[in-house]
Write a protein that binds this ligand. Sequence first.
Ligand SMILES: Nc1ncnc2c1ncn2[C@@H]1O[C@H](COP(=O)(O)OP(=O)(O)OP(=O)(O)O)[C@@H](O)[C@H]1O
Ligand SMILES: [Mg+2]
Length: 257
Amino acid sequence: MNNTLQAVAASYRLGQRLLIDRVSVSLQPGEMVSLIGPNGAGKSTLLRMLAGFLSPSEGHCLLEKRATERWPRDLLAQKRAVMRQQSHVEFPLTVREVVTMGRAPWPGRAKPSMIDDVMQLTGSDVLANRDYRQLSGGEQQRVQLARALTQLWHDDGPQGWLFLDEPTSALDLYYQQHALRLLHQLTRKGQLTVCCVLHDLNLAALWSDRMLLLHQGCLVASGTPQTVMTEETLTRWYQAELHVHHHGDVPQIILQR
Ligand SMILES: Nc1ncnc2c1ncn2[C@@H]1O[C@H](COP(=O)(O)OP(=O)(O)OP(=O)(O)O)[C@@H](O)[C@H]1O
Ligand SMILES: [Mg+2]
């Protein structure tokens, strides 16, 4: 239990507004967890709080039993990486340079072979010499995934806690499958935990071990995709009209016309 990342009755307040309302959750090593919920539910805020960018106004966020705000910044950056909903680069950098920036928290020069491996795995190798700012939205997302994985890379693969805010929102079908398969596969070794905000619940259901459903800052449902993705739960919290079908043990949604 020492090697977990936990929120314990954690709230986040901004002025009068309670953006996160007493959320308790624990992420285990090797898990792939998706954070779902309607627009404005607080997913990005909770992700940033779990990742240690925001300190809870009440309650605690603990990484390996120590409050995230008490971790030295450089050590924390070697343990967890974050891919944000939007990432801008101000300067004319090549894709390879952007990916290499993931090594900033580590001493010494980045091993070129490590950068090559991660770029190849994420499909950003074909973009290596392009100016990052000229890439399409989906191409930029592939590169940001590579940068985040690079930050956590060790000799035998990534280790630690990887937080991703809508990492597939701009990806085409091929790269949606490619990115989530890759992340899922990397978590199976038990050394990487992935916590990922996803709006596409069908993608979330295919690759998540667990889903956390947020609504107005509260955690209102959590469990396997089979337990969370029911017509009753989704209709109640999203107010959308839908059917849930089962492909083997994987629930998939079809919206009603
Ligand atoms: N800096 C801020 N000032 C005021 N309100 C904020 C701020 N940041 C977030 N909020 C509000 O907090 C709520 C939660 O925001 P958050 O970005 O976490 O939602 P989300 O679940 O990620 O939504 P989306 O699916 O649209 O990305 C929203 O109502 C948002 O307007
Ligand atoms: Mg968001």
